[in-house]
Design a protein around this ligand. Structure first.
Ligand code: ASP
Length: 330
């Protein structure tokens, strides 16, 4: 007999996810993090604790673009964003933090201990110290190597893709750019959504942003409605090119469509149509659970690493099919 409500889905980011040793490790890591988060959901029946468990686990793994494994900005620094929300009204986010290992734990502190929603920059890092959150260790070797490699190629104009050609000239001209990074991405942002048996829905998302972003750039991840959203009907976490996600607000849109249509599949299809029409393909993906425990996901990138628990078993997919899907667990 399977519970009708409780459910959980996690993502490790939408992008290219070209196969390599790192991808294999990321797959192993997301499986482990899903197991841990599912245990928390089963034992404590608390969707917020479950999504935090999932995201902290991925932030610590080093194989995702969040926390320890985060990608580097143009100057080789880390600036991390994270946000969380529940259907009971908890809402907190942090942007451009540089020295906090688990930005999602800091977002929880913002939500639970302050009257604010979004705190940014070095003062957010100071708050993390006050609450004894662990510091961010130096980046793993593979992150530094990838940064150097890509930067070198951009400066030498060795990247022939038209988008990167224009990026390298924009970098030389010092002009603000919008960055499509999925060609370069071998690992990515993380997010988790869950609903518990009390029908509390929760979402948590954490990212290092896009590779070689301009210092100070903040993406969709700490923006409610864009990178994450939760209300009485759905919890949602998005990933992809933040600038497109902020313009299209897929998570807020999913909530509004769900309210209007009272049907998970119709709501999901409306959002996907809108995103593809306005942002175009190869821009983003998102995961969601609804109040009845249905699992939803959609992506228009080459791949999206997702993991969920189906009848007690952890399932992991790198290129889930179909690309737009609603899964009923019963
Ligand atoms: N959405 C994130 C950002 O633009 C990046 C990602 O999901 O990979 O900051």
């Amino acid at each position: 007999m399977f519970n009708m409500t409780k459910s959980l889905i996690i993502h490790g980011g939408a992008g290219a996810w070209r196969i390599s040793a790192l991808v294999e490790r990321a797959i192993e890591a997301i499986r482990k993090c899903t197991e841990q988060a599912w245990r928390v959901l089963s034992e404590h029946n608390n969707s917020l604790d479950a999504v935090i468990e999932a995201v902290v686990c991925m932030e610590n793994s080093g194989y995702f673009n969040a926390g320890y494994g985060s990608t580097l900005n143009l100057l080789g620094e880390r600036e991390l964003d994270a946000g969380l929300m529940t259907s009971t009204g908890l809402l907190g986010a942090v942007a451009a933090v540089k020295s906090t290992r688990n930005p999602i734990l800091l977002a929880r502190i913002i939500a639970e201990k302050t009257p604010h929603i979004l705190v940014a920059g070095e003062n957010a890092d100071k708050l993390a110290l006050l609450y004894n959150l662990p510091p961010l260790p130096p980046p793993p070797q593979h992150v530094v190597e990838r940064y150097r490699d890509v930067l070198k190629k951009l400066v030498r104009e060795e990247i022939t893709d038209s988008y990167y050609k224009s990026l390298s000239s924009l970098i030389r001209g010092g002009v603000f750019f919008k960055l499509i990074n999925d060609i370069l991405n071998v690992y990515d942002t993380v997010g988790a959504v869950a609903v518990d048996d009390n029908s509390v829905l929760a979402t948590a998302t954490s990212t290092g942003g896009v590779l070689l972003k301009l210092p100070g750039r903040v993406g969709d991840t700490p923006i409610p409605g864009a990178g994450f959203y939760a209300d009485k009907n759905i919890a949602c976490s998005a990933t992809g090119i933040g600038e497109y996600i902020i313009r299209t607000m897929p998570c807020l849109r999913l909530s509004l469509e769900y309210e209007k249509q009272n049907d998970a599949e119709k709501a999901l299809n409306s959002v996907v149509d809108y995103v593809n029409r306005t942002a175009g393909s190869n821009t983003m993906g998102f995961i969601s659970v609804d109040k009845t425990g249905k699992i939803l996901y959609a992506y228009n990138t080459e791949a999206m690493l997702i993991s969920y628990v189906y009848r007690g078993e952890v399932k992991v997919f790198l290129k889930p099919e179909p690309r737009v899907n609603v899964i009923t667990l019963s």
